[in-house]
Write a protein that binds this ligand. Structure first.
Ligand SMILES: *[C@@H]1O[C@H](CO)[C@@H](O)[C@H](O)[C@H]1NC(C)=O
Ligand SMILES: *[C@@H]1O[C@H](CO)[C@@H](O)[C@H](O)[C@H]1NC(C)=O
Ligand SMILES: *[C@@H]1O[C@H](CO)[C@@H](O)[C@H](O)[C@H]1NC(C)=O
Length: 178
């Protein structure tokens, strides 16, 4: 009796928060830069999924700018909180952008390689993010987000050209708020 009560409580607690990826789009804008090999959203269970992206670079790069645009869905996608463009290395070196620092720490276990600055990405190098799963509890501790749909669009810019955009959305339900 007690055991089943505890079990039910545990189940309810874990069910209160539910978040997973909803969409993933990768768009190659400049084919001279590289080639997209994989851009995939994969279901693990009803409640969990992961994303994988593979991109093969055709040119060496030493400087990469990245634009982050956040959106929240409310009658279509509306800009939300942040929109900025940064030289990745400037921020990683100074460690002064909390979003990029958190994002990089969060993503690095899923990357095929540890990148460091100054960037030295060689021709034909495969950039890969594999089986990246959403860890909503980790995010929620830092950003008190409400139930809803959110999207993040990443734009990769090198040599003053946009090479690739990746945008993904998540659906987040916090049942305690209802
Ligand atoms: C973000 O900023 C860029 C550059 O200023 C702009 O072109 C873009 O439209 C902005 N995005 C959003 C969602 O507001
Ligand atoms: C990257 O660095 C971390 C910490 O130094 C290490 O645990 C991890 O295995 C490294 N990853 C790769 C792909 O080398
Ligand atoms: C993500 O990209 C797709 C395809 O280009 C587009 O339809 C969608 O509106 C984009 N989402 C956001 C939040 O920009």
């Amino acid at each position: 009796m007690l055991a089943s009560l505890i079990f039910t409580l545990l189940l309810l607690t874990s069910m209160e928060v539910d978040a997973k990826f909803k969409s993933l789009h990768c768009t190659v804008l400049d084919h001279d830069f590289g080639e997209l090999l994989l851009c995939k959203l994969k279901a693990i269970s009803r409640f969990r999924n992961s994303i994988s992206v593979q991109y093969k670079l055709k040119q060496p790069i030493s400087k990469l700018f990245i634009r982050l645009e956040f959106f929240k869905r409310a009658n279509g996608w509306r800009p939300f909180l942040y929109n900025f463009t940064a030289n990745l290395c400037d921020f990683l070196a100074r460690n002064n952008n909390v979003i990029i620092s958190i994002g990089y720490a969060y993503l690095s276990p899923y990357l095929a390689k540890n990148y460091s600055c100054p960037l030295k990405v060689i021709e034909n190098e495969l950039l890969e993010c594999k089986n990246f799963e959403l860890d909503i509890n980790n995010l929620r501790n830092r950003f008190p987000i409400e139930t809803g749909e959110y999207a993040l669009q990443l734009t990769f810019i090198a040599k003053n050209k946009v090479g690739l955009t990746i945008n993904g959305s998540i659906e987040y339900n916090n049942y305690r708020e209802h």
